[in-house]
Design a protein around this ligand. Sequence first.
Ligand SMILES: *Cc1c(COP(=O)(O)O)cnc(C)c1O
Length: 454
Amino acid sequence: MRSPAAELALIAEADRRAARYLDGVTDARVFPDAGALAGLARFDEPLPDEGLDAASTLALLDEAGSPATAVSNGPRYFGFVVGASLPAAAAAERLAAAWDQCASSFDNSPACATIEKVAARWVLEALDLPRGAAVGFGTSATACAIGALAAARRTLLARQGWNLDEDGLAGAPPVRVVATASAHVTMKKALRLLGFGLSKVEFAPVDDRARVIPEAMPPLDGRTLLCLQAGEVNTGEFDPFAEIVPRARAAGAWVHVDGAFGLWARASRTRRDLTEGVEGADSWTTDGHKWLNTPYDGAMTICRDPQALAGAMNADAAYFTAAPDAQKNLNLEFSRRPRGLPIWAALRTLGRRGVAEMVDRHCAQAARLAEGLRGAGYEVLNRVVLNQVLARAGNDERTIAIREAAQAGGEIWFSPTIWQGRPAFRLSVSSWWTTDADIETAIGVLARLKREIG
Ligand SMILES: *Cc1c(COP(=O)(O)O)cnc(C)c1O
C-alpha cells in the first residue's frame, strides 16, 4: 500500500545523501582507494526471497557505493572525455525522475515533447547547424550513430530505387563506406552492427594529427556513406570539412560527422574555425554527457533531412498516431526518458555565451596544461588545438609508471592510450568544475612524478 510520507522521507534521504556526496567531491580522492574497493564486496548478496527495506537499500548504496565511485563529477578527473554534470542539468534530471515520463510522443508526455522540441531548436542554434534538421535525443553517441548511419543507408538505397524497409539487405545494391582511419571505436561498432563488415570499409588515410588527407581519399560517388570526425579523441583535431564535404556532396555521397565531444567547438568563439564546413554534412552525432556537462546518458542524432531519420527510425504503430517528429521516431528507444530535458536545462542556464565560455575556458586550460607538462620535461604529442592533451614521458616504461603512480595517488586521474603504436597518456579538460588551480595541481603532480620516476 502506498505511504506518501514514507515515500517522501525516502526521496528526501536520497537527496540528503546526494548533497553530501557532492559536497565532498572537491576534496575526495578522484579514484577509490583499496579500502573502498574492498567495500564493494558488501553488494555480493543473494537475491532476497522477501524484499529488504528501502532505507537500508539506499544506505548500502551510499555507504559502499559512493566511496567506490570514480569522482568524474568533480574538478580533477581528466579521464577519457567524461565531463561532469552542471547543477541545472542534474536538477532537471532529478525532477524528471519524479515525473517518470515515457517521453515517446506528445500524447505520452505533453511537457516532455514540448521541452524537447525547444531543446532541439536550441541545439541547432548553439551548434549553428541547419535549422530545419531533426534532433533525436538518444542514449549515447554510439546509439545515435547507429540511427544516423541507418538513415544514411536507407536513403542511399532509396536513391538507387531500393526499398530497404520492404526488401531488406539481401540482394540490395551495394553501399560503400568510406571512413576516416582514425574513426572512434564506437563508429566501427555502429558500422559492424549495421552489417558493414570492417574489411569492406574503405578507410581514408590520415595525417600525423589524425585528420583525413583530402588528396588521399578513396573516390566518392552516389553510393558512398562518408564518415568524418569532429574532434579525434587523442589529438582533438578535426577533419578538413571545408575541403572534403562540398566534394562529397557534389558526388552524391552522404556525409556523417562523429562529433561526440568536438562538435561543441562550433559553439565557442576561439575554436569555431576548426569546424568550418561541418554544417554541409547530412548528419551529425554529439553527446550532451561529455562536453556539455549533462548527466548520463544523453546524446543527439542530428539529421539535415528530418524525413530521412524519421523514416529509418519510425516506430508509429497502427493504433497510435504520433507527430512525425516524435522522439520515438528519431531514436532507437521507443519507451524512453526525456533525454533532451537536462540538455534544455544546460542550454537555458549557460546561454549561448556560457557554452562558448566553458568550451573556450577548457581549451585555454588544456593549453596551460600542455605548457606545464612541457616545462616539466614531458613530450606533448599533439598541437592541443582543443581540450585534449596527449603526452609521453621519455620511454614506454616511464610513461606507464608515471600514469599508474598518478592514478594511485588519487589527486588526479587520466587515461592511458596508444598513440602511433606506443603507450601514451591523455588528459581531457571537460568538467565545468575544473578551475585554473586544479590545472596547476595536475601540473604539480605530474612534475613531481617526472622528477621521482624519470
Ligand atoms: C566518446 C566518443 C564516442 C562515443 O560516445 P558515447 O556517447 O560514449 O557512445 C564516439 N566518438 C568519439 C570521438 C568519442 O569521443
